[in-house]
Design a binder for this molecule. Sequence first.
Ligand code: SF4
Ligand code: SF4
Length: 276
Amino acid sequence: MSIQEQYRSRAKELLGEGSVKMVIGYGVGTTATRRRPIFITSPDETDRLVLDASCRTNLAGYLLREGLLADQKSIAVFLLPDGVRALNILAAESQLATAQIVVLGFEIKGEEVKPLEGTAAGDFSAIIAERKEQRKAQPSHEMAVKLEEMTPAERFAFWEKEFSRCIKCYACRAACPMCWCRRCVVDNNQPQWVNTSSHTLGNLEWNLVRAFHLAGRCVECGNCSEACPVNIPLHLLNGRMTDEVLTAFDHYPGADEQQEPVLASFRKDDPETFIL
Ligand code: SF4
Ligand code: SF4
């Protein structure tokens, strides 16, 4: 039985026995390699589920939509390890209870999709710990290495040029599982903190404000870069923040659901004198 068949059958079983009210998974998209999220509520619909190497979107953010979890019923969701990390962060930030979530975990290696053992977020701690060590060993993107080799002035020029193409569509925000605020600071116009028009200063403000809000929270799923209509490599900036908090605080975002937020916690033995 293929992995797709295994997971369809698992989804059918969960819905059939009534242990979940919905399965959030992947369905066919507009092209052969695009997948779109689908929301299955009946065992008869599980044949629509697709699982292959194109299923890379982090689906964790859909769990927060429109009071979906308000009735305390469980939902099953297809998640890569980065998706489980997002789930842990959402739980740590009191946005959901992982007890309500059944994880249908999988990983992608090259073009191969492999099943992951477990159904609760905590069952995936070993693979997340492994990812942390890999991340410490090397940045995952070739472009990230090139950016590191630039001088600060060259790097600033690189990002200024990239952000100059931003059209302020906020698709990156909508696609990001960690951008869960009902009202974003950039939508506030009394006072208006960030200029909403698309020009150099406003674009820089928007993208840097967003990057700061994701420091220690970005799980590097790539949803933002995928959603950006002008192909700004946002994951490189947010991934750089991940490296920063990993080096400075040994903090790997979403390691577990008890993890304290890196920018809202402190240790008494912190070497910075301003702490005490
Ligand atoms: S900032 Fe981008 S890469 Fe990071 S969690 Fe959000 S969507 Fe994923
Ligand atoms: S998705 Fe891209 S163009 Fe749209 S607001 Fe985000 S960075 Fe700008």
